[in-house]
Design a binder for this molecule. Structure first.
Ligand code: ADP
Length: 523
């Protein structure tokens, strides 16, 4: 196919690469054939070339819709550096500058135009778009189009109806590095993309080493880690602005080259921090989740999460900012079970309706389970995104490398599961552990749980060990939280196999968590 041999030539001539990365070739072929297509590729997988190469081959201007302004400028600068005509139009420009770029667009001077979704609401813009030849429309970060996504933007979705009104609608391409099955189906339906035109390379990141660290002093860990990796670039994600300020200050006081980024800072200060980090003036970025979307910094060697984020989509996206250059990189989650309370509070306080809140609680639970599971962490993440990876052992994560012996805990698991059942599947982890431990706690006695046959079945273990086992049973799908509001444990069908003696439960010996475990407390 002639068009496609052009693609290979452009890859070499313009971009200086000799071979395509997985998925790129297939995507480019779909687009050149005029078929709407969806790319599901990991961060750093090379999604940009999937629309940049067809955009250079086909006639007309390519529109790239992107949710973040900071991304646009970087992408445009990178293209301009390759002597490819590209620009962006967004609210950071004066009206006169916008007008000038629209005139240039009308005159056909741009191969690529980057825009935010809101731009489609401008009549001035739409008038020009309607009158010029377009090569393609690309939806970057396409998960933003789906209300099942973790970053739904209504303005993204409403573009589709605006687009229906234009006579010169070209081929559409969507790209994302984070999408569950529901999100994928949604994108396909909204943008008329068939499953055959969906290119899925999987989201696995071969160079990332996922690590969950429990029961440590977080500040000590950060200081030690950074002092022994002073030359490396890394990001520390903090749960609040306050923690961000505190960690930043600690590093700054020790003369470490840190920058700071959160929404409480002025736009100018944030821009400065970001460019210091991108240009390696600052090696460490201490930030809230306000930082990072669309940041293309290839040499980030580690991402440390001070506390768990609200869901795995966010976690994978944030941790995935490490190692975009393909070199080995570390992703640490400093896990303390009580951190989940902050996220629960944020969900509770949000303006979401009950149904959405419930969904967010479930996602949060899956995030917490990541901290408790002893499965391969890369496998756990990919399974969450619907990939069939039952057999995967990455060999790099803290679970794959855990030397701790696994022990047959089937008997203890049976006791826990039957206790949950006898308590009517209406209570949380702490009180369940107290009943098994034979506690004379007031609430246990008031509820008459000392009369249950499962009372005092595990007197020789600490309450914390029993709670840990319960967390494990949750993380591995023997138990689930029936009502996220009350955190009550309930049995899954998998639990019944254990109770009937048809399945064994092996649990790795765990270092005791030094911090109180309150996440599944009764309300
Ligand atoms: P993402 O999928 O996260 O959008 P990018 O398109 O930004 O990824 O690409 C990530 C990095 O990989 C960039 O530095 C890019 O130049 C590089 N890259 C993309 N395609 C190839 C290729 N075929 N060969 C080598 N490097 C590539």
């Amino acid at each position: 196919m002639k068009l496609f041999s052009n693609a290979r030539r452009i890859l070499q001539q313009y971009f200086g690469f000799s071979t395509f990365r997985p998925g790129q070739e297939a995507m480019i072929k779909h687009v050149l054939n005029g078929q709407n297509a969806l790319a599901l590729m990991p961060t750093g997988g090379g999604k940009s070339l999937c629309y940049q190469i067809p955009g250079l081959i086909m006639d007309g201007t390519a529109l790239i819709i992107s949710p973040l302004i900071s991304l646009m400028k970087d992408q445009v600068d990178a293209l301009n550096a390759l002597e490819i005509s590209a620009t962006y139009i967004n609210s950071s420009l004066s009206h006169a500058e916008q007008r000038e770029r629209l005139d240039n667009l009308q005159a056909g001077l741009y191969r690529f135009l980057y825009i935010a979704p809101e731009r489609f609401e401008s009549r001035e813009f739409m008038d020009v778009i309607r009158s010029i030849p377009l090569s393609l429309i690309a939806f970057d970060e396409a998960h933003c189009i789906s209300q099942w996504g973790h970053d739904f933007r209504p303005s993204y979705r409403s573009i589709t109806s605006t687009l229906q009104q234009i006579p010169n609608l070209p081929v559409t391409i969507a790209l994302t590095a984070t999408a569950t099955d529901a999100v994928i189906r949604d994108i396909q339906q909204i943008l008329s993309i068939t499953p055959e035109d969906t290119v899925n390379t999987g989201f696995a990141r071969e160079n990332l080493h996922f690590q969950v660290l429990k029961g440590i002093d977080k500040t000590d860990f950060i200081l030690q880690y950074i002092q022994s990796h002073e030359k490396e670039s890394g990001i520390i994600y903090c749960p609040t602005r306050k923690v961000t300020d505190r960690i930043y200050q600690l590093l700054d006081e020790r003369g470490l080259k840190a920058a700071r980024y959160h929404a409480g800072m002025s736009e100018v200060a944030r821009q400065q921090a970001q460019s210091d980090f991108i240009q390696d003036e600052a090696t460490i970025m201490v930030a809230t989740n306000a930082f990072g979307m669309g940041i293309d910094k290839s040499n980030v060697r580690y991402v440390i999460h001070y506390a768990l984020p609200m869901n795995l989509e966010s976690y994978y996206q944030e941790a995935g900012r490490a190692g975009r250059d393909g070199e080995p990189s570390q992703c640490y989650l400093l896990f303390a079970a009580q951190d989940i309370q902050l996220q629960r509070f944020l969900i509770e306080r949000s303006f979401m309706d009950e149904q959405n809140k419930e969904r967010e609680y479930e996602k949060l639970q899956a995030m917490a389970n990541y901290g408790h599971t002893d499965r391969c962490l890369q496998q756990y993440i990919l399974a969450y995104f619907g990939e069939d990876v039952e057999e995967l052992r990455c060999g790099r994560c803290s679970n794959c490398n855990d030397e701790g012996e696994k022990e047959d805990r089937t008997r203890e698991a049976q006791m826990i599961l039957s206790c949950v059942k006898r308590m009517g599947e209406r209570y949380g982890a702490t009180i369940t552990a107290q009943v098994l431990k034979g506690s004379k706690n007031k609430r246990v006695l008031e509820l008459g749980f000392d009369r249950l046959s499962t009372y005092n079945l595990l007197p020789h273990y600490t309450e914390k060990t029993i709670v840990n086992w319960i967390h494990y049973l949750l993380a591995d799908g023997y138990l689930y939280i029936q009502d996220p509001k009350y955190l009550n444990l309930a049995l899954t069908p998998k639990a019944n196999d254990v109770l009937k003696g048809e399945a064994l439960v092996w649990i790795r010996q765990q270092a005791e968590e030094s911090q109180a475990t309150r996440e599944f407390d009764d309300e």
